[in-house]
Design a protein around this ligand. Structure first.
Ligand code: DAH
Length: 352
């Protein structure tokens, strides 16, 4: 009997030591220590043995069982650890892979898209695109644009100044680039200038930072009719081929004459009334929507760049400036300008 116990022990020991998986180990546990195992039978039959046999056989069988249990436990730990390592390698997830279906990487912001759309229209008319500094000198932002010393736009409550340099400010419009552009190239000049501008304003239709598109055309013989034709082409590109423009007299320090420009309403086709007879909410029943400021460049402004070849007796032209947010709001029915800058993807994704 003792010999048989030793055989079982040796055989089980070798088998457990060679087990290559925890499933195999579980099989061996059942085979050698389970209810129907030979060793279990031996232990169960101790009581039936002759009294002088019981101690020796019981001791040897118990010792073998303990040894095998300990060995099973150690092997289980070893196999668990290596199986975990293997799984970690095999089941590795590449978190940089696209999902299924893959999500789009993103898209341009509606303001950037509107800007590019207007740029494209103007490039089609022969204009080039220029950009300039957002931190600007008082000279370019106001003085060279013919703003008199007491002009309200110069007031502290309307503009962000740099405290240590009172003549430096965040530009309040893209118009200073008219001067900078004319300083660097002689006439003729046909450019548009998109960019960020800053004002001390904040409500549903004003943000302390917003975007404008400036336009400047200077050559020999340009007239207000050229301005009107250019703007007509521009608004038709933005709002549709059926649109008309209307110029109303206005005032800007750097243009003379100055105009405010309306586009015929694209929601009610300029009638002021919707199909159901209701007053058009977009143009408030007017049939026209104010869209930008413009005018013929004031000879005083050209006087500041006369050294670069802009002789007001020889060349003249027009300028215009429009708010890009305003165009995007009208075009897409966005009720609050601040939504453009909240960076809420639920809002931004609507314009992909
Ligand atoms: N700079 C003006 C503003 O921010 C807009 C403007 C009006 C620009 C008339 C122009 C212009 O070039 O001719 O309110």
């Amino acid at each position: 009997m003792l010999e048989r116990i030793e055989e079982i022990r040796a055989e089980a020991n070798a088998a457990i030591g060679a087990a290559a998986s925890s499933a195999e180990l579980e099989e061996l546990r059942v085979r050698y220590l389970g209810r129907k195992a030979e060793l279990t039978g031996v232990l169960r039959g101790i009581a039936d043995l002759a009294p002088e046999e019981r101690g020796k056989v019981g001791g040897a069988a118990n010792k073998a069982r303990k040894e095998l249990e300990a060995l099973l436990e150690a092997s289980a730990e070893r196999l668990d650890a290596s199986e975990l390592d293997a799984r970690l390698v095999a089941d590795r997830v590449d978190v940089s892979l696209p999902g299924a279906p893959p999500r789009a990487v993103g898209h341009t912001h509606l303001i950037a898209r509107t800007t590019r759309q207007i740029e494209d229209i103007m490039v089609g008319l022969g204009y080039s695109v220029a950009e300039g500094p957002e931190i600007e000198h008082d000279y370019y932002n106001f003085t060279a644009l013919n703003h008199p010393p007491g002009h309200p736009a110069r007031m502290l409550q309307d503009t962000f100044y740099v405290r240590s340099h009172p003549e430096v400010l965040l530009r309040t419009h893209t118009s200073p680039m008219q001067i900078r552009a004319m300083e660097t190239q002689p006439p003729p000049i046909f450019i548009v200038i998109p960019g960020k501008v800053y004002r001390r304003d904040s409500d549903a239709t004003h943000s302390p930072m917003f975007h404008q598109m400036e336009g400047l055309a200077i050559a020999e013989g340009l007239t207000l009719a050229d301005l009107q034709g250019t703007l007509l082409a521009m608004v038709r590109g933005i709002f549709g081929g059926e649109r008309e423009v209307r110029l109303r007299p206005h005032f800007f320090p750097f243009t003379e004459p100055s105009v405010e420009v309306d586009v015929s309403c694209f929601q009610c086709e300029g009638t002021g009334t919707l199909a159901d007879g209701e007053r058009c909410n977009l143009c408030k029943g007017q049939g026209w929507i104010e869209i930008l400021g413009a005018g013929m460049v004031d000879p005083n402004v050209l006087g500041f760049v006369a050294d670069s070849g802009y002789d007001p007796e020889r060349v003249q032209g027009f300028a215009f400036g429009l708010g890009i947010e305003r165009v995007a709001m009208l075009r897409h029915g966005v009720p609050d300008l601040r939504r453009f800058f909240d960076n809420d993807v639920r809002m931004l994704e609507q314009f992909s």
